[in-house]
Write a protein that binds this ligand. Sequence first.
Ligand SMILES: C[S@@+](CC[C@H](N)C(=O)[O-])C[C@H]1O[C@@H](n2cnc3c(N)ncnc32)[C@H](O)[C@@H]1O
Length: 400
Amino acid sequence: MAETDVSKLVIEDEFLSSDQQDHEQPSTSSTRQTVKRKQSDDDGDDEDSDSNADQYLKDNTHGKVIASHYNTLEEKGIYERTKSKIFYMRNYNNWIKSMLINEFMAKLKEKSWTAPVRVLDIGCGKGGDLLKWSKANITHIICTDLAEVSLEQCEARYKKINSKKDVKKPFTAEFFACDATKTRLRSKYLDPSIELDLVSCQFAFHYCFETLQQAECMLKNASECLRVGGYFIGTIPDANEIMKRRVLSKSEEFGNDVYEISILWETEQPPFFGAKYNFRLDNVVDCPEFLVHFPVLEKLALKFGLKLVMKKRFEEYHDDMIKSGRFLIEKMQSLETYPAFNKHYQAEQTDESYSHAKKYIDNKMKYGNYRRPFRVGTISQSEWEAISIYMVFAFEKIKT
Ligand SMILES: C[S@@+](CC[C@H](N)C(=O)[O-])C[C@H]1O[C@@H](n2cnc3c(N)ncnc32)[C@H](O)[C@@H]1O
């Protein structure tokens, strides 16, 4: 098991303010415990499925496998979602995406770019980020994804969000299904001469590193309509972290009860493109993915006028953002309360999974000014190990 520093994911209860309780569903109990968690306003994709491994072995066309995987994900009700082992991880990932979107929307404002703000979301899935875009006050969004069923759900979610009475400013949207690693997206836009301010590709960009051609097609799509000074932002697994964990585990299969990675490339060193591994995340993802060799990405991106301006592991991004994002991390229910009320931790987690939080409290009680035991907001060790595989990136479009 890789050593990851989960201790930073301990936040004192003072910041788990009464607001969190305000966001919970009415319940017979007044405790802030696992069963009565509410789906966060900013909830992301609601994915759940059986393994796609057998199909993967029969059908080696990755696009088809990936599309079929995401297309067959069921919509689960709130209760089902809250039973998930990765409830807080999903909310935490949504918090990271919110911070990233808000950070780069703010940068556009600094450039005095006000409305209209036009966005492209590549690999939008079921529209897990639509509410974030709505809150960011964008003008127009182009949503595209390989999985047609997900895209239909994304469109339905858009209609729901935009029809809400309290929506501050409705935004327009267009939707189309296609493989962004093989198709020129511009030819599908309602207005192919559109100038985009922001392009976002969340938890999806790594699929393009199957071949050089696919990576180039994806980057061309990200850059082609982006105005100079605009940003391309995203989240991907960090290839170095995966390699590090592979070495530490001394095995081609490693992970924990939440995630599992199986290395599928056959050479000692992974190739720059097509470095395939299978990624399983609880019941949510079970799909072939590709390592993104970041130095190669950086060089390729420059070819398409995209200059790297930010690259951080989630861990580092957390440190930079937690001060300004404290209110939101709580509002989005991204942290679990420890010790749990009635020892009711999320699915299959035990006290052991929170030993970092226990240590934090014990130390404070021993050396700090604390007279009474107190509660903290944290995340289980297994979820943190899965979260900390990822990184955020941002490129700026430059004149070429
Ligand atoms: C993990 S989901 C992320 C969804 C969404 N971006 C989010 O953050 O909630 C990955 C998405 O990428 C999409 N995807 C994978 N390969 C793609 C491709 N070649 N072109 C377009 N979308 C793709 C999948 O269909 C899936 O919806």
